[in-house]
Design a protein around this ligand. Structure first.
Ligand code: NAP
Length: 322
């Protein structure tokens, strides 16, 4: 008998067909997330779950006696309660590598967009405000040859560094919990302690995963160390920063601007102060959101799922569950 899997978001037809070769499929095909109680019902009979980022905790696992594997269509897996999954012996997988370039492209888009005020000046033109005498009012900051600090020099961090170094000839330094000698050699980047990075760079990109250690890694003290001209980009997870401290830093001119793809609460509230700040570029968590990359992520997640349910070791078990 084939194992049963539950798929909690729409996936490409070829990915679904691939899973169907080895598994019985039950799925939720609506744009809004599946209600919690219905998910519990579905998981009561499932051997595997393919998820877009649903919180996996002890309460959910209690209702899923047959569950062996949770395969996430994401590289970040902060929605996994590692302790609860370990206790139940659940295999947890993610989708690293295939999205590196796409997310790195978006990091550069946020850097360029904030530095050259792309969204703000797009509105200025479209609202019919273009006045040739505005001159200096439209000036931005140079990205080329500026100094970039990357916090979290992992797979995506390296892809950002490569673009910055070889595309924009930036001076790149990084902070990471472990040194990366290979990246230093290959990319010509330099390791710095966090405080030095914060105080000396023109652009800062946060790319560390959300873990207990990185929760609110960047707060009031860290924003105060940054230069008043610096631009802060967060593309990791909203909870890696203290959002109230960022709002304060922007309001008080402690830093010059921010480019954000992620927020403490998503979708961000319509009345959130960020949405009223012209020097903040706000995107709706679209780091990996291109058609090609999302298809590749879905296929990799499917391969992880199927291999766990057919007696193989999936290629992408998350570090803490190996
Ligand atoms: P990765 O290869 O695992 O890189 C993460 C890096 O952060 C590693 O080098 C790691 O160091 C470092 N790190 C971990 N904890 C740290 C700490 N406490 N202090 C300093 N550095 C720390 O992951 P990735 O594939 O590059 O992805 C990074 C994150 O980007 C994901 O976890 C996710 O949250 C985010 N992301 C967002 C989007 C989006 O749509 N906005 C898309 C994809 C990914 P070690 O080498 O020592 O482990």
């Amino acid at each position: 008998m084939k194992p049963t899997v539950f798929i909690d978001r729409t996936i490409p037809v070829d990915v679904e067909a691939y899973i169907a070769e080895s598994c019985e499929i039950e799925k939720w095909d609506h744009s809004e997330p599946i209600p919690k109680d219905l998910l519990k019902d579905k998981l009561a009979k499932a051997d595997g779950l393919l998820t877009g980022g649903r919180k996996i905790n002890a309460e959910l696992l209690e209702q899923a006696p047959r569950l062996k594997v949770v395969s996430s269509i994401s590289v970040g897996y902060n929605h996994f309660d590692i302790t609860a999954m370990k206790q139940r012996g659940i295999i947890g997988t993610n989708t690293p590598h295939v999205l590196n370039d796409t997310v790195a492209d978006l990091a550069l888009a946020l850097i360029l967009g904030t530095a050259r005020r792309v969204a703000e000046l797009d509105r200025y033109v479209k609202e019919g405000l273009w006045n040739p005498r505005d001159g200096e009012k439209l000036f931005g900051k140079d990205v080329h040859h500026a100094k970039l600090g990357i916090i979290g020099m992992g797979r995506i961090g390296e892809a950002v560094a490569r673009r910055a170094k070889f595309g924009f000839e930036m001076d790149v330094i990084y902070y990471n919990r472990s040194r990366k000698p290979e990246a230093e050699e290959k990319l010509g980047v330099r390791y710095a302690e966090l405080n030095e990075l914060l105080a000396s760079t023109d652009f800062i990109v946060l790319l560390a995963p959300l873990t207990p250690e990185t929760t609110r890694l960047i707060g009031r003290k860290e924003f105060q160390l940054m230069k008043p001209s610096s631009i802060f980009v967060n593309i990791s997870r909203g909870q890696t920063i203290d959002e109230a401290a960022l709002i304060e830093a922007l309001q008080q001119g402690t830093i010059a601007g921010a480019g954000l793809d992620v927020y403490e609460k998503e979708p961000v509230d319509v009345n959130h102060p960020f949405l009223k700040m012209p020097n903040v570029l706000t995107l709706p968590h679209i780091g990996s959101a291109t058609t090609q990359t999302r298809n590749d992520m879905a296929m990799l997640a499917a391969q992880n799922l199927v291999s766990a349910l057919t007696g193989h070791i999936p290629p992408n078990i998350v570090e803490e569950l190996k």
